[in-house]
Design a protein around this ligand. Structure first.
Ligand code: SAH
Length: 352
């Protein structure tokens, strides 16, 4: 059996399911309940290392350290918003790569936004994460670590997770799926699948594959345009999968899971926010059980995109609502702290 490997070539212990860990612990000549204890230390008590595991013998910890890699994150900087209770974390991975994650506190609880890759190769024009391409995929453990670390540091219970940080989750399919299974495992953090949202730029075959897994997680599609030509100008992935193909895949996702879809639409002044755009978008989405999430684009200094102003964004929202489409305008949380994907990591790399 091939177990999932960490960046140093050893088996990545925190990416193992309880069954896999049990089999390996048995091979090491240890009783099965030890696997359960280790798993609980990792995924419930969120231990940062073996030293914290007080009821595990020194001998077993040494055997584990020999056989496995234990991933952990180092917090490099934390930026706290002065406008709201949003905090942006820059973490260093074991191999020195940097990723960012965001803590957001709402009236109804805490959400964490995690990264799924170091960098990204999708090339969306307005996004800072993709400017230098992708470095590598994150391991399931490294996605979990972001949630565990933030929960430990803030002392807050994380109620919801959105995979909307740097990276394209469906470009890291196997690891994302394993991450979902571990996060929602009853022996681990036991988060409800309904409280997890995966956001994609629209990799059609993998949306369909995800639909067939019949999970109860939420799917968000980064749509950002009302026709394929405009979408192509913003998102290179639209050259590969035509807008109707992507929407068909989303429809299929809904049919298989019955989860309401989210369409993200970043409003860029003069580019995709005209009356004509609103009209075309209304037609495009008619018949979908969905909510459209309008996000005034977060300007990045490398590109000349300007956000649609409040008044115009509200008018755009009203137009969609007249056609009975559910719409929210994303609160621009953490605007003062490099809130847009990949900005903090990028600034840190530039300073170095
Ligand atoms: N790769 C995935 C998830 C990461 S991006 C995806 O494309 O969905 C999360 C969301 O933020 C996406 O909708 C993305 O298009 C959007 N986004 C990225 N940079 C942005 C910016 N500068 N302003 C507004 N939205 C942005």
């Amino acid at each position: 059996m091939d177990y999932i490997q960490s960046t140093n070539g050893k088996i990545d212990i925190k990416s193992l399911t309880l069954d896999e860990l049990s089999a390996l612990v048995k091979e090491m000549g240890e009783p099965a309940f030890r696997a359960k204890q280790l798993y609980e230390w990792m995924h419930v008590k969120k231990a940062r290392n073996y030293e914290e595991m007080t009821n595990i013998s020194k001998a077993l910890k040494e055997k584990c350290a020999e056989k496995f890699d234990y991933t952990s994150l180092q917090s490099v900087t934390v930026q706290e918003s002065k406008l709201d209770d949003t905090r942006k974390f820059l973490f260093a991975l074991s191999d020195g790569n940097m990723i960012e994650s965001v803590f957001m506190k709402y009236k109804f609880g805490v959400s964490v936004c995690i990264s799924s890759q170091v960098g990204c190769r999708m090339g969306c024009k307005f996004c800072a994460s993709t400017l230098d391409g992708v470095v590598r995929n994150l391991l399931p453990s490294e996605m979990l670590d972001q949630i565990y670390a933030i929960s430990r540091i803030t002392g807050e219970k994380v109620g919801r997770v959105v995979v909307m940080g740097s990276g394209e989750p469906l470009d890291n399919y196997d690891n994302i799926l394993r991450f979902i299974r571990l996060l929602t495992d009853e022996n681990g953090l036991n988060m409800s699948q309904r409280n997890l949202t995966v956001s994609t730029c629209g990799i059609v075959p993998n949306i369909r594959k995800l639909a067939d897994e019949k999970l109860a997680i939420n799917l968000a599609l980064s749509l950002h345009a009302s026709n394929n030509d405009k979408r192509k100008a913003l998102m290179p992935i639209a050259n590969q999968y035509e807008i109707h193909e992507v929407l068909d895949a989303c429809k299929y996702y809904f049919e298989q899971t019955k989860r309401q879809l989210t369409f993200e639409y970043s409003l860029v002044a003069g580019v995709n926010d005209t009356d004509e755009d609103a009209k075309e978008l209304t037609d495009l989405l008619s018949g979908f059980n969905c909510v459209v999430n309008l996000i005034p684009v977060n300007p990045i200094k490398e590109r000349d995109f300007k956000p649609t102003d409040r008044t115009k964004a509200n008018a755009f929202k009203n137009k969609l609502e007249k056609s009975r489409i559910n719409v929210t305008i994303r609160r621009e949380m953490g605007r003062d702290i490099d809130g847009a994907c990949g900005q903090l990591r990028r600034r840190h790399l530039e300073e170095k």
